[in-house]
Design a protein around this ligand. Sequence first.
Ligand code: PMP
Length: 290
Amino acid sequence: MERKIYLNGVFVEKKDAKISVFDHGLLYGDGVFEGIRSYSRKVFRLHKHMERLYAGAAAIKLNVNMSIDEFESKIIETLRINGLDDAYIRVVVTRGVGDLGLDPRKCSLPTIFIIADKIVLYPEEFYEKGLPIIIAKTRRISPQSISPAIKSLNYLNNILGKIEATAAGCNEALMLTIDGYVAECTGDNIFLIKKGKLITPPSEIGALNGITQQAVIDIALKRGMKFGYEMLKPNDIFDADECFLTGTAAEVIPVNKVDGKVIGSGVPGSVTKDIILAFRELTRVDGTAY
Ligand code: PMP
């Protein structure tokens, strides 16, 4: 079945889902987006995603001309129209159509679209064996240049990291801050397990506040595990007992090697496996039903 796309108030066929070449989302990457998943007709933490989208839009002074409630119901409608029980949903709000200058005031109406489809990010074998990653030479953009909390349409920094990963025969790359601290991967947050403690870098240094990251923290705290946001250097990863990545598309995926160095025992550890199972259970219950 041809997918139906929500575009500026109407549902159109995929082949008709087109936007103007004068859209500032395209001309300048001026806009924000979300990647959301639904599991068995439940949208996982939908409201958290929408809060992040609206906070990002506010941070770039982009007025989403629709209430969060209305937006959420459009997402649900998109899922229903496409008859999808399990889906990956892409929500995009751009500055809209303007002229060839940067000035966002020339764009009177934002462009809003919602795509509901399927996604497979990494081959299944990596979830069982662990994913090898590299450390990219491209450094994460400084939080003083653009807040890492804004999930903006400007992903070139991440794409450069991804290109390095694929050139090295890997699927994902870890990005460091300008000062050499561990920030996040190109499309995922990173976690370590050290002596039973769960550790992830703080968002302020250059990582997105991941919805999956928060879900994993919730799981760990509920289990009484020790947890902390900590500044990490690559050596902390090499010394870790376990390492895994989180993201809406990736879910929770173990890491077995970083720059060719084996992490922990080289196979997914018991804490990671436990968290993967708990996350799967959470996705069955924690969501907006449709
Ligand atoms: N970091 C970056 C740069 C991302 O693009 C994403 C989303 N793909 C994440 C982390 C993970 O965030 P979430 O769990 O909210 O999808």
